[in-house]
Design a protein around this ligand. Structure first.
Ligand SMILES: [Fe+2]
Length: 204
């Protein structure tokens, strides 16, 4: 069962929030509600979707700002990596599965931008938070960042099937959605020949 993904612009920082739902069972997961909790609730209501889980790709405020409103409105549980969000109800780690109606989201632990960074993989797409953007990647110069880990995490994302849709955490590129194949061919951070050149590009 293919999961539906609704991309929702959120806030002045060009964030994206996401509603991922099973069209058959109408159960959903809200990912990074950001500053768009009301828009996420409206997107769910318009489709008759019940939000059962709020999940965060990482703990930065611009991604988590809408958590409290959404959790209170839906009674959902909060799912995240506890390295970033110690209070998460559902601690997610590498290999965790998030059930969504008749389908599921696979969780990859992709540290580097933050220690507890996650990406969420569906049957057709990956929601990449601040690990991978369209033609760019996340910062590695922040508190908790690790540029070596970010390199390793991006190498893992390159291994996903080329047709996998890329839904980023910010609208920083020339288009809001890409594919792993397109990013492998055009994203300068994925085209780096080796770790050293990536570190130089990312931190320069
Ligand atoms: Fe971030």
């Amino acid at each position: 069962m293919t999961l539906n993904i609704v991309q929702i612009p959120a806030g002045a920082g060009s964030n994206f929030a996401y509603l991922v739902f099973c069209p058959q069972r109408l159960r959903g997961v809200a990912i990074d509600p950001s500053f768009a909790a009301d828009a996420v609730l409206s997107a769910a209501a318009e489709r008759g979707v019940q939000i059962e889980v709020v999940a965060n790709t990482h703990g930065h405020h611009d991604h988590t700002a809408g958590n409290a409103v959404l959790l209170a409105a839906t009674g959902a549980k909060l799912a995240a990596h506890r390295s970033d969000i110690p209070s998460a109800d559902l601690p997610l780690i590498e290999g965790s599965l998030l059930p969504v109606g008749d389908s599921q989201i696979d969780v990859l632990h992709t540290p580097g931008h933050t220690p507890g960074g996650l990406v969420f993989v569906t049957d057709t797409a990956v929601i990449t938070g601040d690990t991978l953007f369209v033609t760019r990647c996340g910062r590695a110069d922040l508190a908790g960042s690790d540029v070596n880990q970010l390199y390793d995490s991006l190498q893992r994302l390159k291994q996903l099937p080329p047709a996998t849709l890329v839904y980023p955490g910010h609208d920083y590129g020339p288009r809001p959605v890409s594919t792993i194949g397109d990013e492998c061919h055009t994203n300068p951070y994925l085209l780096c020949a080796d770790r050293e050149s990536f570190i130089h590009l990312r931190l320069s």
